[in-house]
Design a binder for this molecule. Structure first.
Ligand code: PSU
Ligand code: MN
Length: 288
């Protein structure tokens, strides 16, 4: 096993505006290196899945406008269209495991969207069937969090709160929803990964880290900003895979950039904690 931490790239290609999207990726990579492991951003370059995307390609992807948002279902197609793609949590999880990388960091996972439409992210079934460890700040607050948490439970995903008893709501630390178990240090997570593997369980582990307090949004700032964003999405008839980027963008506008600053802070923090978990896991699995 390599001492590596994977990073998804949809957050860069679709989740954040340029140029801070590239800065966010660089900050995450430095945070991982500072702890020890090798940061490995995963993306699709001209139809080919690449683990550890080189710096010049990251720069190109961060600015390009014709990059495909690639979830699992897109992987078999993109080899044919030869497009570039940012990988979501579902496809990154798959490609990371295939490359022997256990731990990966992101901002927020996809989940069950609010509203009447049955819009559920492919991230959920991926976590249910791919035995990796995803370090995140819960699910994006634009989603229906109670339904998302229920679905994770049904699917047998192990949901850990990192120094918290609550499932975080991305840029906001509180959601009022409980996690399965609280962990307080990287070693505890490493032991849970090892226990899962020893059992032969093939389900994902979700490590939920709240946004650093200094940058987090309050629940009311978040709800007000989101209500406006949702109204606008409905009026503009935005749906499908365009919905997540649209709502995140609107939220940033409505909070005058505060959601964006929170997003950057949590990405960096999650990368650091993922690296600490990977280091503990690596020590535990390599005979000394
Ligand atoms: N978190 C962000 N911005 C994003 C995403 C997460 O702050 O753009 C991406 C992740 O890659 C996640 C994806 O896997 O959105 C989920 O998209 P969908 O809801 O369409 O499945
Ligand atoms: Mn969707």
């Amino acid at each position: 096993m390599e001492n590596q931490v994977a990073l998804e790239t949809t957050v860069m290609t679709h989740g954040l505006p340029s140029p801070i999207n590239l800065q966010a990726m660089r900050d995450m990579m430095s945070a991982i290196r500072a702890v020890g492991p090798d940061p490995c951003p995963i993306a699709i370059i001209r139809g080919r899945p690449v683990v550890k995307v080189p710096e010049d390609e990251l720069e190109r992807l961060a600015q390009a406008s014709d990059v495909r948002k690639c979830s699992l279902r897109d992987l078999p197609i993109i080899g044919n269209t030869l497009e570039d793609g940012g990988t979501t949590v579902s496809s990154t999880l798959f490609l990371a495991l295939r490359a022997g990388i256990q731990v990966f960091a992101t901002g927020g996972i996809g989940g069950v969207h609010r509203g009447k439409k049955a819009d559920v992210s492919a991230d959920l079934p991926a976590l249910a069937t791919l035995p990796g460890t995803v370090v995140c700040s819960g699910a994006k607050s634009i989603l229906d969090l109670p339904k998302t948490v229920e679905r994770l439970e049904t699917d047998g995903v192990t949901v850990l709160g990192y120094q918290t008893d609550e499932f975080p709501a991305f840029t906001c630390r509180e959601s009022g929803l409980p996690v399965d178990h609280r962990v307080d240090n990287p070693q505890a997570v490493a032991e849970i990964i090892q226990a899962r593997d020893a059992l032969g369980l093939r389900t994902g582990i979700l490590v939920c880290v709240p946004c650093p307090s200094a940058s987090a949004l309050t629940p009311s700032e978040l709800e007000t900003g989101l209500a406006l964003a949702r109204e606008n999405a409905e009026r503009s008839q935005i749906s499908g895979k365009a919905l997540t980027p649209f709502l995140l963008n609107e939220l940033a506008r409505n909070t005058r950039g505060k959601s964006l600053a929170a997003n950057l802070a949590l990405l960096k923090n999650n990368a650091r904690i993922a690296a600490e978990i990977q280091s503990a896991f690596f020590k535990g699995s390599v005979p000394s």
